[in-house]
Design a protein around this ligand. Sequence first.
Ligand code: ZN
Length: 358
Amino acid sequence: MGVLDIVPTGVLTGDNVRKLFNYAREHGFAIPAVNCTSSSTINAALEAARDVKAPLIIQLSQGGSAFYAGKGLSNDGQRASILGAVAAAHHVRTVAKDYGVPVVLHSDHCAKKLLPWFDGMLDADEEYFKVHNEPLFSSHMLDLSEEPKDENIALCKTYLQRMAKMNLLLEMEIGITGGEEDGVDNTGVDNNRLYTQPEDVWDVYRELIQVSDLFTIAAAFGNVHGVYKPGNVKLSPHLLKKHQDYVREKLGTQQEKPIWFVFHGGSGSVKKEIEEAVSYGVIKMNVDTDTQWAYWEGIRNFYEAKKDYLQTQVGNPEGEDKPNKKYYDPRVFIRDAEKSMVNRVKEACRDLGNVNRL
Ligand SMILES: [Zn+2]
């Protein structure tokens, strides 16, 4: 039995997201959430998922959404970020089924100061829900990890109440996913700031479950956003197991892994640590930095290989009057960027065990 025996292709919402995440947790794999900023990057991510026969999460950040709408638009009041996220969502909904893969359509980190963006997307979800009986997106992320814990949880709960009416899933973050300098204390001792405590996870669970079971938790276990020199970060995935055990005990349930965990800041992680995190109930890992590099590398390699054909519109080593159109056409060099990104998304899928799952 594969994923397509329990959910359809195309954008999933509500119960289908629940089924997919439960399936991933039970079968010990996680789904990459690829940050996309354009139709080109969305298509590349979908192509990779199709090729490895796996489900996919496509996510839009606040900045990525504004870029999708166009950097020439004003983003006053988060207007461009709202429009871009909605436009990207419609793009995904239009093409995803033809790629033959199930897709979770998600919005990425939203800090407190960006809440108008979040509200605008929820407005679009509600409008879509009226017509289609499901939200436009599958899920949204609220990142209030910089706020005091009680405020973080209370605001997440309030938003989840609005979202639960549409069967939308909420991703929340507790504990700080850091960006520490060299030479931090990496002895693996629990640290309140960089390592979320089991009590914190339980506090989140206890409050949110009163509203809906459609929520995921990004807990900090030494992870860092962005790039860093290898070896400078001490990940402690075993903490996720501690959280699962703690919540299971509190609940008095037999269920081994009651929580759906999300892995932020996974770029450059050692494969073994990723595998370990997945074994403790991580069902989603964010992928951004590495696919950005892949996209750029595709263009760079194309330029290096075709340099002599890319200096003028006409004239290359084959003759002074030879046209270069087939080299500078964006469909040619952007396609190379896409191919490179496709390969990197496939690699992320392999790292997470997300291959041949359909
Ligand atoms: Zn985060």
